[in-house]
Design a protein around this ligand. Structure first.
Ligand code: C2E
Ligand code: CA
Ligand code: CA
Length: 280
């Protein structure tokens, strides 16, 4: 096999070339996605694990590509990050999600209205004027700041940048809530959590995946839960697919969860139908 190396390279080169061109094309197409109205947002329920009650909805971006069909973030978020297009895309999602959250409060009644969570990339967060723009969007739409949760990542908190911390504090002071997304995948220690003005921790799916089979994993998650609760943080377990996972998580005191067990991300209309269905 070793001897064939040179030949393999010659054979693979066109494929590599195609991949690069493909990516360049995707980048060009993505430029048009916002102005052409090709982006969409789907919503995935976040529920209370004991009762199944809907508490929040996560906004997840989708791209209806004119030639390639429906694309999920895995297929274009890298290109969006590298090119900086994640910034206008992020604002588009934020505005759409806030507008939709005002609409669903009208349909479901203000008392039952779930909060909306929006993913914010590091690049978008660090753009000058981010906080002002978030607060202005809320005011213009008439959504109470408490009903917006921004999902940020550990990598944002690891940046040696004082402005990140003052911006986070400003958002909290205005009433916007913060969730740390994919918690447990970063390199940070647990101790820094004390300083973060967050309200929620989203525990990464990989923790949940092994909770039924590995006793150590259950203890680890219990430890994280205890620490989080001490710090006044609620936990949302991500990627729950199995009723037994839900059971264990509820037993060890995890309040909230999200995953295919409850619902996949849905278009706005399907989400309203799901929410109003009698068994939820
Ligand atoms: P994320 O923020 O961790 O979002 C959760 C992802 O897990 C979503 O994938 C969701 O569909 C998927 N998921 C939910 N429940 C389950 C489950 O039970 N099993 C499995 N296997 N998967 C589940 P999606 O929508 O493809 O999004 C992927 C990632 O793209 C997101 O991960 C987030 O990091 C990023 N993303 C999505 N929308 C946006 C956005 O508007 N802005 C930014 N910056 N990033 C976004
Ligand atoms: Ca997220
Ligand atoms: Ca996540």
């Amino acid at each position: 096999a070793k001897g064939a190396g040179k030949n393999q390279w010659r054979r693979y080169q066109p494929a590599l070339h195609t991949a690069v061109l493909d990516r360049m094309q995707l980048r060009t197409d993505l430029d048009q996605a916002v102005p052409s109205g090709e982006l969409a947002v789907q919503y995935q329920p976040i529920v209370a694990l004991d009762t199944g009650r809907l508490v929040g909805l996560e906004a997840l971006v989708r791209w209806h590509h004119p030639a390639r069909g429906l694309l999920t973030p895995a297929q274009f978020i890298d290109v969006a990050e590298e090119s900086g297009l994640i910034v206008p895309i992020g604002y588009w999602v934020l505005e759409r999600a806030i507008t939709d959250a005002v609409a669903w409060a009208g349909e479901l009644g203000p008392d039952r209205a779930p909060y909306v969570t929006v993913n914010v990339s590091v690049r978008q967060f660090r753009c000058p004027g981010f906080v002002d723009r978030v607060l202005r969007t809320l005011t213009d739409a008439g959504l109470p700041p408490e009903r917006l949760v921004l999902e940020i990542t550990e990598s944002l908190l690891l940046r040696d940048d004082d402005r990140v911390w003052t911006d986070l504090a400003a958002l909290r002071a205005a009433g916007v809530r913060l969730a740390i997304d994919d918690f447990g995948t970063g390199y940070s220690s647990l101790s820094y959590l004390r300083q973060v003005p967050a309200n929620l921790l989203k525990l990464e799916k990989s923790f949940i995946d092994t909770i039924l089979v590995e006793p150590d994993q259950r203890s680890l998650v219990e430890g994280i839960l205890r620490l989080a609760h001490t710090l006044g943080l609620a936990i949302i377990a991500e990627g729950i697919e199995d009723p037994a996972e839900r059971q264990v998580l509820a037993e060890i005191g995890c309040q909230f969860g999200q995953g295919y067990l409850f619902a996949k991300p849905m278009d706005y209309d399907d989400m309203i139908k799901w929410t109003l269905a009698p068994d939820t």
